[in-house]
Design a protein around this ligand. Structure first.
Ligand code: MSP
Length: 471
């Protein structure tokens, strides 16, 4: 049994959960469930990123005390993760006292690589990121993601000497000691690494109050990303506890927009701490609506709670794990969602289960022994390569093949002709097939898979209500 640690990006709590956030949780949860199915011991972290000006300003705007504001929103994220059926084991909030104390200890451990200097340049509060002059020029002074002009900063900050680690990071990425997925992003990151200056890792208290104080300097507060990235190890207890049973992480799930932090600053911090690097950083694409970025100003924001409320957890998981590409940008549209629900979940799977279970019951068929199930190598390879959508497609092909097999073998004709032995053989084959495919579906659709397993065990009983009623 292996010990597997899986992490998700911790969202800023300056708003409510949106569909984009769901991707991290669903990919990580699928991975976690698959690893558990293999018998591994999994720790699965989730959490919330609660410091920084973006959050502070939002609370002020709403006239709510900031702690109250983050408490409320952190709770919404926890509820959201539960609604998605994602089974995390650890939840970290960056305002947790334990986390704050541990981040300060981490800072002290990094001190050989930290120096004080003047920063004069640009910042984007939306991204909570320092902007290089080159980027400033390329984007004509306006953040393309937030449509806001970059702010000019001239202040004294602490810097992290990235230069101490650049060669080692380049080597770790190129040798796949830390594997970046999808692999085509590797080049992009290596280029960014070459262009990355030392990283400013604090802000003067006059500019940022809502953050972890820098140890031994009452005038400075830590830069949110230092604080946030540390969550992956503080939640395991670092540096108070030995974390070597679960660290390095098996997989860290993040969106492509924050891949740079996880493959440049994060490895540098880990190297400075003398900790091993995560094995894989899996970056997913963005969810678009009709090919466009979701944005409040366009008014095309899809509320995940509305989707969950209308169609339930399993339908949500189905769409986001199969119709949203694991690695590339993909579209959400209600039409596509509803088509997938009715034609695939309700027809291909729901009807299949109903039809087959009804046939078994009508003909008094049940399996004497639960079939031995071997998980096919092809599926395992896809899952091990984090190609979840492809693995889901692979399982779904099998669902469709069972439907074809029923149409070809026409068990109802065998029943009519009283060919009992043949009928029983066909039903046995079909039930074995569905039991096998059900296992492959279980990391994606855990609740449905549990239901199907119960329907086809011992005395086969068709479900009283369809698994996915047509809408
Ligand atoms: N707080 C940082 C992460 C710190 S991790 C140490 C952050 N927060 S976020 O709320 O902006 O994003 C959280 C996650 O949601 C990221 O993985 C991000 O890529 C993902 N998404 C946010 N919007 C998204 C879409 N529209 N589509 C897909 N994923 C998106 O970044």
């Amino acid at each position: 049994m292996e010990k597997i640690y899986i992490t998700t990006a911790i969202p800023y709590v300056n708003g409510v959960p949106h569909v984009g956030h769901a991707l991290d949780y669903l990919l990580a949860d699928t991975c976690s469930r698959y690893q558990k199915m293999l018998g591994n011991d999994v720790r699965f972290q989730a959490g919330t990123d609660e410091h920084g000006n973006k959050i502070f300003q939002k609370a002020k705007e709403l006239n709510v005390p900031v702690q109250e504001y983050v408490d409320e929103n952190a709770k919404k994220f926890q509820d959201f993760i539960h609604l998605l059926g994602a089974e995390y084991t650890d939840f970290v909030r960056t305002t947790d006292k334990d986390h704050e104390k541990r981040v300060q200890e981490i800072w002290k451990k990094l001190s050989d690589h930290i120096y004080l200097a003047k920063y004069e340049g640009w910042y984007c509060t939306g991204c909570e990121r320092y902007i290089t002059d080159k980027e400033y020029e390329e984007n004509h002074g306006v953040c393309p993601d937030h449509q806001k002009p970059y702010e000019k900063l001239a202040e004294e900050n602490y810097y992290f000497r990235l230069a101490d680690f650049k060669d080692k990071i380049r080597e770790a990425i190129s040798s796949h000691e830390i594997l970046i997925l999808p692999e085509f992003r590797e080049k992009e990151i290596l280029k960014l690494l070459d262009d990355s200056p030392d990283v400013s890792i604090s802000r003067p208290k006059s500019q940022l109050t809502w953050g972890v104080p820098v140890p031994d300097d009452e005038n400075q507060v830590m830069y949110v990303w230092m604080d946030a990235l540390s969550n992956y190890i503080t939640v395991l207890g670092y540096p108070d506890k030995d974390i070597s049973d679960f660290w390095p992480a098996y997989a860290q799930f993040v969106g492509k927009d924050i891949l740079r932090f996880h493959t440049i600053l994060w490895p540098a911090m880990l190297m400075a701490l003398g900790l091993p690097l995560p094995k894989t950083i899996v970056s997913h694409g963005m969810i678009l609506v009709n090919g466009q970025k979701m944005s409040k100003s366009i008014g095309n924001v899809v509320d995940p709670l509305e989707v969950l409320d209308k169609h339930g957890t399993e339908a949500f998981r189905y769409y986001f794990l199969r119709h949203i590409d694991t690695f590339a940008d993909s579209d959400f549209t209600w039409d596509k969602f509803e088509d997938a629900y009715n034609n695939e979940l309700a027809n291909d799977l729901g009807n299949l289960v109903q039809r087959l279970a009804t046939m078994c019951k009508k003909n008094g068929f049940s399996l004497s022994d639960a079939p031995e199930i071997e998980i096919s190598k092809e599926y395992q390879d896809l899952m091990n390569e984090f190609r979840f959508k492809d693995a889901f497609d692979f399982a779904w092909d099998k669902v469709q093949n069972i439907n074809k097999k029923i149409d070809d073998k026409k068990p109802w004709v065998l029943a009519k002709e009283n060919k009992e032995k043949e009928l029983s053989e066909v039903l046995k084959e079909l039930v074995t097939d569905i039991t096998e495919v059900n296992k492959l579906l279980s990391p994606f659709l855990p609740e449905t898979s549990d239901k199907i397993a119960k329907i086809f065990v011992n005395e086969i009983m068709p479900p009283e209500t369809p698994l996915f009623p047509k809408k």
